[in-house]
Design a protein around this ligand. Structure first.
Ligand code: CP
Ligand code: NVA
Length: 318
């Protein structure tokens, strides 16, 4: 059944934004198109204060530059008020339950964004809250970043048909969300990780099943050259994510053959684009020559965090 844009818009209201797999392909496309529309409005100085009078709480239990700033600025541009809430200062840091926190915050706020460690905390918060909850990164996933990345890819290509994304590196939160987005949108994706650092087996199974319906080809392997073959977009992320700092040294050894450098990118399409969610470690997962080179679109991705998250908030909270 084909739904009209108005029907899709209506179906988004009040929803949580926890994982890209929770959304239909047409709903993800709706968000991407809304993000592009809000980006144009912002640049043209056309007001779009759809969150006037609303307050969104931003809970951070991990560090952030992009997520914090893009959410705060985005809420301001939508006419609302963002409230930064450090996990260290909230009572959850002292053992108040997630469910009590969820119910209390629901009496004050119109929405909550949370960045934390265990994914189940976000699920629990969403279950207990009567207002929409947005996943601003967990150990399992980073859907806001992936949405902004697919917006960035779409702006580059104008289509998701016959687009290949190669991800080289750790099977982490970032690759999980990219796999879910790729599977939903019909984008081909090849992933190369060292042995022992593959993406989560359930997420592989889930995305492969979705990909069968959409025609996306998802390949998980250990050979970076194979994954890179014919890629339009080449993506990597840090080798040690937040919370894994103590594994840094052993990971540097395990990932030594997975650095994106001038040799490896020869296997991608000549006009490939380089992507990274940031923050990056130059000289580790990517050389300076690639990340700061002419193929890099990392700051377009960073900018699109603002527009994509405004679209999410406008869709679910207005
Ligand atoms: N990419 C990203 O989420 O960046 P921050 O950790 O700076 O928010
Ligand atoms: N995988 C990284 C992403 C940071 C935006 C981390 O979790 O630290």
């Amino acid at each position: 059944m084909v739904r009209s844009k108005e029907e899709i818009a209506q179906s988004m209201k009040g929803r949580d934004f926890l994982m890209l797999v929770d959304f239909a392909q047409e709903e993800i496309m709706y968000l991407i198109e809304l993000a592009i529309d809000l980006k144009q409005k912002q640049k043209a100085g056309i007001e779009h204060k759809v969150l006037q009078g609303k307050t969104v709480g931003l809970i951070f239990e991990k560090s952030s530059t992009r997520t914090r700033v893009s959410f705060e600025v985005g809420i301001y541009q939508l006419g609302g008020q963002g409230l930064f809430l450090s996990g260290n200062d909230l009572q959850i840091g002292r053992g108040e339950t997630i469910l009590d926190t969820a119910q209390t915050l629901s009496r004050y706020l119109d929405g909550i964004m949370i960045r934390t460690f265990e994914h189940r905390k976000v699920v629990e918060l969403a279950r207990g809250a009567t207002i929409p909850v947005i996943n601003g990164l967990t150990d399992l996933s980073h859907p806001c970043q992936a949405l902004a990345d697919f917006q960035t890819i779409y702006e580059q290509t104008g289509t998701f048909e016959n687009v290949k994304l190669a991800y080289i590196g750790d099977g982490n939160n970032m690759v999980h969300s990219l796999m879910m987005g790729a599977a939903k949108l019909g984008v081909h994706m090849s992933i190369a990780t060292p042995v022992g650092y593959e993406p989560d087996a359930d997420i592989i199974a889930q995305t492969m099943a979705i990909a069968e319906d959409t025609g996306a080809k998802i390949v998980v392997c250990h050979d970076p050259k194979e994954a890179m073959e014919g890629a339009d977009f080449v993506y990597t992320d840090v080798w040690a994510s937040m919370g894994q700092e103590q594994e840094q040294k052993e990971r540097e050894l395990a990932f030594a053959d997975y650095q994106i450098d001038d040799n490896l990118v020869q296997f991608a399409k000549p006009e490939f684009k380089f992507m990274h969610c940031l923050p990056a470690h130059r000289g580790e997962e990517v050389t300076e020559s690639v990340i700061d080179g002419e193929h890099s679109i990392i700051f377009d991705q960073a900018e699109n965090r603002l527009h994509a998250q405004k679209a999410i908030m406008a869709a679910i909270m207005s």
